[in-house]
Design a protein around this ligand. Structure first.
Ligand SMILES: Nc1ncnc2c1ncn2[C@@H]1O[C@H](COP(=O)(O)OP(=O)(O)OP(=O)(O)O)[C@@H](O)[C@H]1O
Ligand SMILES: [Mg+2]
Length: 268
């Protein structure tokens, strides 16, 4: 028996006013898979995550998450953790890490309700999972970029979700920290048996860890296992320019525009 389909896009087409952001996107995500969503700026990656959350509605086609249209998720919405691309958290606000993580439980606790024992337990567990227990009482303003990101993930984990959507979680991290972050994410995925959907620009690093990849450029250029998807043709179609791949085992480790393209770029 194949694993349960947890997210299903069927000819999904999304527009802002009359401009298409996603066009005819069809693919399925199964429970416990780790998907990497790749694509250049403006290719619809964030829009895809927003569609999964019901924050934008399809103009045609459909999307199902946990078997329902995302706009109708209701209480099932708590089964989805979301770490947005641009976090709305003001890190200058005088708040301890554990308090910020507790805010992630609000929807489950009910507005204005006092936190119960089970809520504090969920916070402790979330901090443990991101290896931030030692930072529980630290002011959020005194965290490094990588620690912030882990605290934001803990905030999303506080709802104990089955699906986790991460939009460019390494954007604020140093190159040196990024690979370690993905290794940690991969470890978390294997420990928690969660479905992960990770948006990233970083073909090389992502391809080492994910179980499947979707290459977006408004349309779905390619999708499947990394070794099948990451070839010259689909990457050039995705980026809209010639690329050079540096192999690292079976999957490309690094992708750069080919010198011919860079040259062209300088002269136009
Ligand atoms: N709220 C909005 N109103 C109008 N247009 C939007 C809105 N949000 C996104 N768009 C447009 O939709 C397209 C896809 O945007 P989206 O944010 O999904 O891209 P992205 O792949 O996440 O890009 P990036 O890598 O820069 O984060 C872009 O052309 C963008 O300008
Ligand atoms: Mg985006």
């Amino acid at each position: 028996m194949s694993p349960e389909i947890i997210i299903s896009c069927n000819h999904l087409t999304v527009a802002y006013e009359d401009k298409l952001a996603l066009e005819d996107v069809t693919f399925d995500i199964h429970r416990n898979e780790f998907w990497g969503i790749l694509g250049p700026n403006g290719s619809g990656k964030t829009t895809l995550l927003k569609s999964m959350l019901g924050l934008v509605a399809p103009v045609s086609g459909s999307i199902r998450v946990l078997g329902v249209a995302p706009a109708n998720l209701g209480p099932l919405r708590d089964k989805i953790g979301y770490v947005p691309q641009h976090s709305q958290v003001d890190f200058n606000f005088p708040l301890q890490v554990r308090e910020m993580v507790l805010l992630g439980r609000c929807r489950k606790m009910g507005l204005g309700k006092r936190a119960k024992k089970e809520d504090y337990e969920a916070v402790d567990k979330a901090l443990e999972r991101v290896e931030m227990s030692a930072f529980a009482r630290r002011q959020i303003g005194r965290l490094s970029g990588g620690e912030r990101q882990r605290a934001l993930i803990a905030r999303a984990l506080a709802l104990e979700p089955e699906i986790m959507l991460l939009d460019e979680p390494t954007a604020a991290l140093d190159v040196g920290v990024t690979e370690g972050f993905y290794e940690w994410l991969n470890h978390m995925h294997s420990q928690l048996h969660m479905t992960l959907v990770l948006v990233s620009h970083d073909v090389g690093v992502v391809s080492q860890f994910v179980s499947a990849i979707a290459c977006l450029n408004k349309t779905l250029v390619a999708h499947g296992r990394p070794a099948e998807v990451l070839n010259q043709e689909s990457l050039e179609q995705m980026y809209g320019c010639e690329v050079m791949l540096f192999q690292h085992g079976r999957v490309p480790h690094m992708v750069v525009p080919s010198p011919a393209h860079q040259h062209e770029h300088q002269h136009h």
